[in-house]
Write a protein that binds this ligand. Structure first.
Ligand code: GLN
Length: 485
């Protein structure tokens, strides 16, 4: 079969487990696909062909010996902000252009232990700051549905790659929407887990109180399988939580009887694209037909979310990015007369414009005299935003919104207007502020470009989100469509 690359994880697993196909064949099929479509998509910063072939052979030996877990032998792509031992990890930044980590992120280690096959590392907005992958210091990634459009960001490489069948699944990270928004823009499934559900050890930090790693997959079943494999407490991440990890595949039942959905009016504000509103309303009608009840409600502090995010995220970023001084690792300016000049020039040449903008915003917000007015105030409003969700989710099992107010925009269209760019995450940011889980699933198209639907839930209610997403997927075929490449 030459189209093995187009299978889902669960389909590939069935073939592997019954010995109808070998991991080496799957991997070669994916590598050939990468070679064919990468020149159009540019989703990857690095392709690890040799490593992948070696891991595939190991996986085949393991399967021969009778040990075939759901991810064993299945090719994956990893966003380039997760440390991979011996494999360059750049965050799509000049600063880390030559950084080869001496250790693996916990999620990478977990996948390795299951016998996963890593085919490469995906492009992203520099240090995960952005919504279009145009802030990559290397090159922009193109949306597989229309190469003139952005794939979303910051995990745009991961989302575009999965949509283009360049891997069976990918890992992304989400600080304010970076898994869900690109998933929506590329018509794949993307889940941001509850804060603390997945270890952040080895994830290059952007905003530590908001960052979370999660899967981008071709369908909801695959999302559950990846969640089973990457969730859990990690002694190396003090913010990861000691909650038992359920078998997420048990949530995949196509029945919505008794499920109560809330629809927050603030997410359907004027300015959103009419086709997006129409697609979400149509999806709500389907969900109601399947037995769910739908209630319109309000999350009154939503209008502060963007402001709160753009105080908290840059503040934490400015602290996290202080470590790039040209001494410890990464890029280092060598022709300086003094240590100060070396640090200054390292940061001047190593960071791109968006990263510098965030560092300046954050340093200002945290500075003596302004801290109370900005950072402290933002933290207080953060509690109010969280409280809105707590109250709404007391009587609702999940909240339904669009993932983004518009379909993907054209490459270049928003790069010179940071505020417009920031606005593409209005629907996703508040989820990170509150620390709750949310999933984006394919929910339609407008003019050939994808529309995503977002489901948000209580802390540790990933199962509920997967159940609703799965039920919706059973009666639609948006997730089955693939871009013509
Ligand atoms: N687009 C948002 C930002 O630029 C969110 C990014 C993210 O989730 N990493 O900060």
């Amino acid at each position: 079969m030459d189209s093995l690359y187009s299978l889902t994880i669960h389909e590939a697993h069935r073939l592997l487990a019954t010995r109808q196909v070998r991991s080496l064949e799957l991997t070669k099929s994916v590598l050939a696909r990468l070679a064919r479509v990468e020149p159009k998509i540019h989703a990857c910063v690095t392709i690890t062909e040799e490593l992948a072939l070696r891991q595939a052979e190991e996986a085949d030996r393991r399967i021969q010996a009778g040990d075939c877990q759901p991810l064993t032998g299945v090719p994956v792509l990893i966003k380039d902000n997760m440390c991979t031992q011996g494999v360059r990890t750049t965050c799509s930044s000049r600063m880390l252009d030559n950084f080869v980590p001496p250790y693996n992120a916990t999620v990478v280690e977990m996948l390795n232990r299951l016998g996963a096959v890593m085919v490469g590392k995906t492009n992203m907005d520099e240090f995960a700051m952005g919504s279009s992958t145009e802030n990559s210091a290397f090159f922009p990634t193109h949306n597989p549905w229309d190469l003139g459009y952005v794939p979303g960001g910051s995990s745009g490489g991961s989302a575009a790659a999965v949509a283009a069948d360049e891997a069976f699944y990918a890992l992304g990270s989400d600080t304010g929407g970076s898994i869900r928004q690109p998933a929506g823009f590329c018509s794949v499934v993307g889940l941001k887990p509850t804060y603390g559900r997945v270890s952040r050890y080895g994830l290059v930090a952007f905003a530590s109180s908001l960052d979370q790693i999660g899967p981008l997959t071709k369908d909801v079943t695959d999302c559950a399988l990846v969640m089973n494999s990457i969730s859990g407490h990690d002694p190396r991440d003090s913010t990861s939580i000691r909650e038992p990890v359920p078998d997420y595949t048990h949530a995949l039942v196509s029945d919505l009887k008794g499920v109560r959905l809330g629809v927050p009016e603030e997410y359907f504000a004027p300015g959103m694209q009419e086709e997006v509103r129409g697609a979400i309303e149509a999806a709500l009608a389907e969900l109601r037909r399947m037995g769910a009840t739908v209630e319109r409600l309000s999350l009154p502090h939503t209008r502060y979310a963007l402001a709160v995010y753009y105080i908290i995220a840059p503040s934490e970023a400015s602290a996290n990015l202080a470590r790039y001084d040209g001494v410890k690792y990464g890029y280092s300016y060598r022709d300086a007369g003094t240590i100060w000049e070396a640090t200054e020039k390292t940061r001047q040449f190593g960071f791109g414009p968006e990263v510098k903008r965030r560092i300046m915003l954050g340093t200002y917000a945290l500075s003596a005299g302004y801290y109370d007015a900005y950072y402290l105030k933002a933290q207080k409003v953060r509690s109010l935003i969280r409280r809105d969700f707590d109250q709404a989710l007391e009587h609702c099992d999940a909240l339904v919104t669009p993932t983004s107010p518009t379909v993907p925009f054209k490459l270049g269209q928003r790069v010179d207007d940071p505020l417009q760019m920031y606005l593409s995450d209005v629907c996703t940011l508040s989820v990170n502020i509150a620390g709750i889980p949310a999933i984006s699933i394919p929910a339609g198209f407008a003019g050939g470009l994808p529309i995503g639907m977002q489901l948000m839930g209580r802390p540790f209610s990933e199962e509920t989100l997967l159940r609703i997403a799965f039920a919706y997927e059973q009666i639609t075929d948006w997730h089955k469509r693939r871009p013509a490449l």
